[in-house]
Design a protein around this ligand. Structure first.
Ligand code: CA
Length: 242
């Protein structure tokens, strides 16, 4: 954990120091290895309606709301916005396919990282663009006692999804902390963009197929090759941000 990364973060935001109190976790691709399922569900559902989303499309747009994603590709491929009926139908089909799949595994390193963060007295906040009830209801089973409705921001809580800073600003509000008192753990370029726009020190865990420079260009302050690598380096990271 280089001091230069922190200095760069402080300079960019005009902050004097970090004082870590809360860790804001994204969910898909961070706590769950769920992106392969999302790719298959999106590709299948959009294909039913004549939209074509590739694996890279899904990873590049991860974090956008369902309607935002559908509209983006409708404008690109159909030259117009999707109708409300189309958005509803495609998103329903995507959710149906996703829910019919085997449950996504917990990301290696996630339980131990959450336990360490909790044990050391930092708040844990979930900030996800997901409205997948199946995954949300699994949180308490996979990570007992870690998440609570008061400490979760989901697609039901925001009017603008990532890359808008709104989800992370809501996360800061729920934690009752300022940007320099928080740390975000993200895996997706739009999620990184959202967290950086909210003024929070942003760690990217590159758990997907995109090259690191996509995450660097989105503004990530620090990149780890996996969540396990971040968990292994947690002691350095948290002491640098104190
Ligand atoms: Ca994610």
């Amino acid at each position: 954990m280089g001091d230069s990364e922190i200095q760069h973060y402080l300079n960019r935001n005009g902050f004097e120091r970090c004082a870590l109190k809360a860790v804001l976790f994204d969910m898909d691709g961070v706590l769950y290895d769920s992106m392969p399922n999302h790719v298959r569900a999106w590709a299948g559902a959009s294909g039913e309606y004549g939209l074509h989303l590739t694996r890279e499309d899904v990873y590049m747009n991860e974090g956008r709301t369902g309607s935002g994603t559908i509209n983006l590709f409708a404008r690109r491929q159909w030259g117009r916005d999707a109708t409300d009926e189309e958005i509803h139908a495609i998103y329903e089909a995507k959710a149906r396919r996703f829910n019919a799949m085997d449950e996504a595994p917990v990301m290696p390193g996630a339980p131990e990282l959450l336990q360490t963060v909790r044990r050391e007295g930092f708040q844990i906040i979930l900030v996800t663009g997901s409205g997948q009830r199946s995954l949300l209801s699994r949180l308490n089973h996979a990570f007992p006692g870690m998440f609570h409705p008061d400490t979760m921001v989901t697609s039901f809580d925001v009017t603008r999804g990532k890359p808008s800073p709104e989800p992370y600003l809501k996360g800061l509000h729920k934690a009752g902390v300022r940007p320099w008192e928080a740390l975000v753990v993200e895996n997706a370029p739009l999620g990184v963009e959202a967290a950086v726009a909210a003024g929070i020190f942003t760690v990217a865990v590159n758990t997907g197929p995109l090259p690191d420079n996509v995450l660097t260009e989105a503004g990530a302050d620090r990149i780890y090759p996996s969540l396990q690598a971040m968990a292994d380096d947690w002691h350095h990271l948290q002491s640098a941000l104190q």
